[in-house]
Design a protein around this ligand. Structure first.
Ligand code: KIV
Length: 270
């Protein structure tokens, strides 16, 4: 099983692959294929829980889905996301919440939407043995402050601030940094400066790895961000299966004799 140390060593080597997963069957496929990292992302709010942002996602949501992913997988590194307000208020509570995902659910590491306020927390978690993946650039938990999900780091001051934050999180002990929705030349500059791997989403080709939301990749979402890509049509396949089932029940083709059984002893009931 790869460790966060193995991942650290992959910076600049062969590209790191990461996908989100929120349930056992999806996680099992991702693990079988040999993807390096599963992120049990708070994107579950939009992707599978029916919310229009990640803000309502709770520790219980992330914990139960992290447990499902861990139970279904053998080789992949599992990173659990800390949801909105589960960190950043009280340090002790943040450490307790992060620790719970490792101790009770078996995650290997946590991801934190990062900013100046998470440097000390990253150090505190790393010190007690909770590996931290930082997340910079677009941080969707700030949707109300940002007024949506705009590109980040687009002017020099913002780009320099993002580089400084990435370095501060590396110094604080983060083992990797997700960089979301920033210009690819900013992502390249961060990748160049850091020794730990950068994992991009909407950040161009120069990161050490890439992450996407699995429901986007599988073609299950009715909307995906412009930087994402569908690699399948699972929604279409699900629809075809559901329609075939409906037709088979209505026409009487299902259940057939191979899906039913007759008990000789109760023949006379008829
Ligand atoms: O929650 C999530 O899935 C994420 C990724 C998009 C990086 O934060």
């Amino acid at each position: 099983m790869p460790t966060t140390r193995d991942l650290r060593r992959r910076a600049g080597e062969d590209p790191i692959t990461m996908l989100t997963a929120y349930d056992a069957p999806t996680a099992a496929v991702i693990d079988e294929v040999g993807i390096d990292v599963i992120l049990v992302g708070d994107s579950m709010g939009n992707a599978v829980l029916g919310y229009d942002s990640t803000l309502p996602v709770t520790m219980e949501d992330v914990a139960s889905r992290t447990g499902a992913v861990v139970r279904a997988t053998e080789d992949v590194l599992v990173v659990a996301d800390l949801p909105f307000l589960s960190f950043g208020v009280e340090q002790a509570e943040s450490v307790h919440n992060a620790g719970r995902l490792l101790k009770e659910e078996g995650a290997d590491a946590v991801k934190i939407e990062s900013g100046p306020h998470t440097v000390a927390l990253t150090e505190a978690l790393s010190d007690v043995g909770i590996p931290v993946m930082a997340h910079l650039g677009l941080t969707p938990q700030h949707v109300n402050e940002l007024g949506g999900y705009p590109r980040q780091g687009t002017d020099r001051a913002a780009a320099e601030e993002t580089i400084e934050l990435a370095e501060a999180h590396e110094d604080a002990g983060a083992f990797a940094v997700v960089i979301e929705h920033v210009p690819s030349n900013l992502a390249a500059a961060i990748t160049d400066r850091l020794e730990i791997p950068t994992i991009g989403i909407g950040a161009g080709p120069h990161c050490d790895g890439q992450v996407l939301v699995s429901t986007d990749v599988l073609g299950m979402a009715d909307w995906s961000p412009p930087f994402s890509k569908r690699f399948g049509d699972v929604r279409g396949e699900m629809r075809r299966a559901v329609e075939s089932y409906q037709e088979a029940v209505k026409s009487g083709d299902f259940p057939g004799p191979e899906h039913s059984h007759v008990e000789e002893d109760i023949e006379d009931l008829e």
